[in-house]
Design a protein. Structure first.
Length: 579
């Protein structure tokens, strides 16, 4: 059948021809033209709208139930939501508290599963990717901006590797005291000898028989640099070292440290072991890059942020003198103290041993002072009493909370703002904890003695042991923002090695112990440089003000770049997919 000769539009003629070829009419042709415009504009197919109609009534259409369900789901953390939990919450809490007369009807687990889909949830396989929840936390955002500002400043003193061949571009040093900076990233990883590949080639469905559990663990702590890949001496440098007298040689030629954790083996990795490793690392770095400054980067962990035994730490102090508390080094009263006559005065954190017999704290001579005595000497104890209107406590309930509990409370506060028209009833989560507002005193700067002392300038200026050691050696120490493992290129190095380890390991400790060092050494410098380039790309994308999803889009789009071009701001609108 020929087309109407009066139709001159090529797109209309083509769509009608396609529709007729599959036995469809003009309506299908119009839908094809609309679909072409949508794909041309947004670069993706439109969302599926099947099942979005309101032909079937649902309890979720009730405004009060909908608000209560959304509020409950907001309180739960990522990964904690299940249809069974939602079903029990609706049947046992939400419907009875709302007082709805449903004739004794309840929802089943299949209904809860359909509700989750309607509310935008989907069931997916857990994969390792960017941890989105913590990226936009106010304290993390503030620290990230400060961190990226320092990174941009130091880039002018580093060698840049541009182009597909990663050709080096040396920095231009103007001043006589300026030095070349080398970025050094550190991290630890655990390799289990029983962590084998999940996919295997089989015939006739015959599955291999494997041992239960992941097997013995192998702990690796390593350092990488963009110039040479791993921080270790080259064969030429090793030969040069071997020609020197034994007392002039380096104690070791490789920065890597491998231990076999376990109670009856090498123990566990601690901050003391990391500090011992750093002593060798600094010597290797100074030999490989003479006259350069090392910028060492670590992630936020308990071992990396460990303080010296005598460091000022309010959480390690008792309220009263004596008892089981650490002895801390002497300090000076900060210059922002409200009492000018006390500013700059030396303050001992331990009572002297020669106290007179009539002294108030004579029985505590030679023992640590508690928080109350320290605050009294700074003139802050009575100030806290006046601000709170009561005797200050050692540590309040809010300051006792872990960060996980604080995040949950923040979600509860956000959930409380979803619906203000609902009843002011008590809502409980599956742990039985009541949802309540945060006490305004607990968020203040004078809620307890621990809070006040931890905010003092000399307490806040305390540095971890590894930072003190590196700065004393003439280098710098930085801590990567929390939840931003993509900033650390060594994380990609671990992934590269683990993919090959899983394929080649056979589940025995002997094979894993021999195989792992070989795989760690096999990662070439050009591959590690590519990991660095991807991490720099992540940092540059965040410095341009992009959010988490936009950053992931930009990093995947510009895979061969070290930086994200400003034209990305014209493309990030695709992520929102507006109608």
């Amino acid at each position: 059948m020929k087309l109407n000769p009066r139709i001159k539009n090529p797109a209309q003629r083509a769509s009608i021809s396609i529709a007729r070829s599959v036995g469809k009419g003009p309506y299908f042709a119009r839908q094809l033209r609309h679909l072409r415009l949508y794909v041309y504009r947004f670069g993706t197919l439109p969302p599926n709208r099947s099942g979005k109609h309101h032909a079937h009534p649902s309890l979720l259409d009730n405004e009060h139930i909908s608000i209560a369900v959304r509020r409950y789901l907001t309180i739960l953390a990522d990964g904690e939501i299940t249809p069974l939990k939602l079903m029990k919450q609706v049947n046992d809490v939400i419907i009875p508290n709302l007082g709805l007369s449903l004739g004794g009807s309840t929802i089943c687990e299949d209904t809860a599963r359909r509700w989750l889909r309607k509310l935008g949830y989907e069931r997916r396989l857990v994969t390792k990717s960017a941890y989105v929840d913590g990226h936009e936390r106010p304290d993390v955002v503030e620290y990230r901006k400060k961190f990226l500002k320092e990174i941009q400043y130091l880039e002018t003193y580093r060698t840049q590797y541009e182009g597909e061949n990663l050709d080096p571009i040396s920095p231009i040093l103007y001043g006589p005291g300026e030095k070349r900076h080398i970025a050094v990233f550190q991290d630890e990883s655990i390799f289990h000898v029983g962590d084998l590949t999940k996919r295997v080639w089989v015939r006739n469905g015959r599955m291999p028989l494997r041992k239960k559990g992941q097997g013995r663990a192998i702990h690796v702590s390593d350092f990488i640099v963009e110039d040479t890949g791993r921080l270790c001496l080259s064969p030429e440098q090793i030969h040069e070292q071997d020609t020197l007298p034994s007392e002039q040689r380096l104690p070791c030629y490789d920065a890597r440290e491998i231990i076999y954790p376990g109670k009856n083996y090498d123990g566990y990795w601690t901050s003391e072991k990391l500090l011992h490793q750093l002593e060798h690392v600094v010597k290797i770095f100074d030999y490989m890059f003479p006259g350069c400054t090392g910028d060492f980067y670590f992630d936020h962990s308990t071992g990396h942020e460990a303080y010296a035994p005598d460091a000022l730490n309010a959480r390690e102090m008792n309220v009263k003198p004596g008892g089981n508390q650490r002895r801390m080094h002497a300090t000076t009263i900060p210059m922002d103290n409200p009492h000018p006559e006390l500013r700059g005065q030396r303050q001992e954190m331990v009572f002297p041993t020669n106290l007179p017999a009539d002294h108030k704290y004579y029985k505590f001579r030679g023992e640590p002072k508690g928080m109350q005595v320290v605050l009294e000497e700074r003139g802050l104890y009575e100030h806290i009493r006046e601000m709170n209107g009561r005797k200050p406590v050692g540590i309040c309930e809010n300051c006792k909370m872990s960060q996980k509990t604080r995040d949950k409370k923040a979600r509860e506060e956000a959930a409380a703002k979803i619906g203000t028209d609902e009843d002011d009833g008590q809502w409980e989560d599956d742990d039985g904890a009541e949802d309540c507002d945060v006490d305004p005193v607990s968020t203040s700067t004078h809620c307890c003695m621990t809070r006040v002392l931890s905010l003092q300038a000399n307490f806040r200026s305390e540095k971890p042991m590894i930072q003190l050691f590196l700065e004393a050696a003439g280098h710098s120490c930085y801590f990567i923002p929390k939840f931003h493992c993509e900033f650390n290129p060594i994380e990609m190095y671990w992934g590269w090695v683990k993919r090959r380890f899983r394929c080649l390991a056979d589940g025995t400790f002997k094979t894993g112990k021999e195989l792992l060092p070989t795989l760690l050494d096999s990662c070439e410098t050009r591959i590690i440089r590519a990991f660095f380039r991807k991490s720099w790309r992540y940092m540059d994308a965040y410095s341009k003000g992009l959010n988490v999803k936009q950053v992931e889009f930009a990093v995947k789009k510009y895979t061969s770049h070290r930086r994200i071009p400003r034209s990305i701001m014209m493309n990030v609108g695709i992520l929102e997919n507006p109608n």
